[in-house]
Design a protein around this ligand. Structure first.
Ligand SMILES: CC(C)(COP(=O)(O)OP(=O)(O)OC[C@H]1O[C@@H](n2cnc3c(N)ncnc32)[C@H](O)[C@@H]1OP(=O)(O)O)[C@@H](O)C(=O)NCCC(=O)NCCS
Length: 176
């Protein structure tokens, strides 16, 4: 395994768009996403085109690509960004066969380091659906601390749901 996490190039945003549009309804349900709220592919691309023109200090969302031996296997995004203060992160290994192999925990650790460095964060939050076991196991392994569980609509793609709120205040040191 040769894992790398880096900022996503604009030419790679199809990884995000295809993942959500190709996910079966039961997967979207598990991650708390309402299929009706997914933007159409072209509108979504146009949105990212505009996002990539924003300077980091005013970015609405920052995307990271996760690669194993140079093959993209997942991505993370940060939103609700208050530059120099806080943001929320999301985590996705795109293909089911790549999940549960230890890639996610390591990719989240490295994403956290990148977000802290690029966005000058003090705190980074993550709010997965409370009944989705995998992120709720992954986050503490990557150094996040559990805060509480509450009911909310966490983002524009989501339906109302219970979410577990996790926070990390400084990046965990890499082992290597
Ligand atoms: C969440 C996700 C990024 C984690 O990545 P991953 O590569 O599958 O996770 P890992 O193999 O690194 O395992 C991380 C932890 O989750 C646990 N885990 C993995 N799959 C699990 C499952 N189905 N049920 C319970 N625990 C699970 C592992 O045992 C490990 O726990 P540990 O560190 O305590 O041993 C990935 O599973 C994923 O993309 N899932 C679908 C999308 C999703 O749910 N995203 C979250 C939306 S907010």
């Amino acid at each position: 395994m040769s894992l790398m996490v880096r900022e996503m190039a604009e030419s790679e945003v199809g990884l995000v768009i295809d993942y959500f549009h190709a996910s079966p309804p039961e997967h979207l349900e598990l991650i708390g996403v309402d299929p009706v709220r997914l933007p159409k592919r072209e509108a979504w691309r146009a949105y990212y085109e505009q996002v990539f023109q924003q300077p980091l200090e005013r970015r609405e969302t920052l995307l990271l690509t996760w690669l194993d031996d140079e093959r993209p296997f997942g991505f993370s995004s940060a939103d609700k960004i208050v530059f120099g203060q806080r943001a929320h992160m999301h985590l996705h290994v795109t293909l089911p066969d790549d999940r549960r192999r230890g890639l996610g925990v390591e990719a989240v650790r490295r994403s956290v380091e990148l977000y802290f460095a690029q966005l000058r964060l003090k705190r980074l939050f993550c709010e997965p659906h409370a009944f989705n076991p995998t992120p709720n196991r992954t986050l503490p392994s990557a150094g996040f601390r559990y805060l509480n569980t509450h009911v909310t609509v966490p983002g524009p793609l989501n339906f109302r749901q219970p979410v577990a709120r996790w926070v990390i205040t400084r990046p965990r040191k890499l082992d290597s």
